[in-house]
Write a new protein. Sequence first.
Length: 113
Amino acid sequence: QVQLVESGGGLVQTGGSLRLSCAASGIIFRINDMVWYRQPPGKQREFVAQIFTGNSTHYAASVKGRFTISRDNVKNTVYLQMNGLKPEDTGVYYCYANRPPTWGQGTQVTVSS
């Protein structure tokens, strides 16, 4: 069974940090490009960050310099380190794998002003 399980969300004040994790099972993790998306309240889901199989990364302009995506191919886990959090970072954060296309259930991040 293919499964992605996110964790690490929570409530944090502006300027704070959180580290999200996404544990994968049922897929060949090392051949997957892994992506973090988020869905702010009342808005569409949007791209946050991506890490490719060769460990190169790509970020949305809104998070570049504050967020860092990384992966551990032994633990089959992708991480999102979020620093300097802002209220506009509030939303449900989802991870996504592309082979096969699979979404996690999401984890809530709330940044208070």
